[in-house]
Design a protein around this ligand. Structure first.
Ligand SMILES: [Zn+2]
Length: 185
């Protein structure tokens, strides 16, 4: 019994920040995102001084009009922005259309420089990027600590350490959310 308590305490102490991080329901993340898509990052390049990921879409969950290839900003543009991308990765991406009024001076030159390429920013300042891992038992996504609903799977991946969920399960859940949020026609 005592050993159990010590182990439980150790687990809590190993995550000192967890309880301070505001949690976001997946439904909020979907609502804030104009596009939800599984995509492959073909390359990461610099356009008009901004790090940009070039993506090929593989599975569209929301935003049927998203082109087969598109771009997103892959660097932080303010202090708490964790936007990034890794060349060659596949990721579940929650993306927003850039809003001109929130465009920092750094991004101002990017949108015209992309030309005909459609460009997005990652929702929640980068939190809307969940890399897909090919685990030994499943194909799963790795999420940050903001999304409790993506931390339900037993700890099967050393990198994810429980912050993971099988991709197929999560896509099913997201499609239900998208259906619920679709305005009646
Ligand atoms: Zn993993």
């Amino acid at each position: 019994m005592r050993k159990t308590i010590v182990l439980a305490l150790a687990a809590v102490l190993a995550e000192p920040m967890a309880k301070d991080v505001p949690k976001v329901p997946l439904s909020d993340l979907v609502r804030r995102s104009s596009v939800v898509v599984v995509g492959k990052v073909d390359r990461v390049e610099t356009v008009a001084g901004v790090r940009v990921a070039q993506v090929t879409s593989q599975d569209v969950v929301k935003g049927e009009s998203v082109p087969a290839t598109f771009a997103f900003v892959a660097e932080g543009t303010w202090a708490c922005d964790v936007s990034t991308a890794t060349e060659g990765e596949t990721a579940l991406l929650f993306l927003q259309d850039p809003v001109p009024s929130t465009g920092t001076s750094k991004l101002a030159g990017l949108w015209p420089a992309l030309g005909t390429r459609k460009g997005f920013i990652i929702s929640l300042s980068g939190r809307g990027r969940m890399p897909v891992h090919e685990g030994s038992r499943d194909r799963h996504v790795h999420s940050l600590e903001y999304f409790d609903e993506v931390a339900t799977w037993p700890d099967t991946c050393k990198e994810c350490r429980g912050r993971e969920k099988p991709l197929a399960d999560l896509l099913g859940q997201l499609r239900s959310i998208v259906d619920e949020q679709r305005p009646p026609r």
